[in-house]
Design a protein around this ligand. Structure first.
Ligand code: ZN
Length: 133
């Protein structure tokens, strides 16, 4: 699944908020993404056409496919964080750098990295590598 960096951010925000128990509305997402609502609508249209989200009563939710991509991006993010952290990079910087590149790593590369790192269960922040929604 090809995602742009903004689509990736949007999907991750939606997934994080579903996890937190508060599905996002358009206005929340615009604030988090720091873009105007029309730009968010375009992003959501894109994600919907890729079958990753649906909109119900003003709320944005992830489809099963969207949940799978959220899982994979999150796993990739946290494995990259563990890898960078093991080289002495501070946690916050690990997260920043991982956010820029997590969505472009192929899943099998992440699996090989994970295995070489001893299949870590948690990222440096203590979040689970395998995040199920
Ligand atoms: Zn983390």
């Amino acid at each position: 699944m090809e995602l742009t960096h903004r689509e990736r951010d949007c999907l991750v925000f939606i997934g994080n908020d579903i996890k937190g128990g508060f599905p996002d509305r358009l206005i929340d997402l615009s604030k988090k993404l720091k873009v105007k609502p029309p730009t968010t609508i375009q992003l959501l249209d894109k994600l919907e056409s890729k079958g990753l989200i649906s909109r119900k009563g003003g709320m944005v939710i992830l489809t099963d496919n969207g949940k799978k991509i959220y899982h994979d991006v999150t796993e990739s993010h946290r494995i990259i964080e563990v890898m960078l952290y093991s080289y002495g990079i501070p946690k916050g910087e690990c997260c920043e750098v991982a956010s820029e590149i997590d969505y472009v790593f192929k899943h099998d590369l992440i699996e090989r990295l994970s295995s070489n790192l001893g299949n870590p269960k948690l990222c440096p922040h203590g979040n689970p590598v395998n995040e199920e929604l």
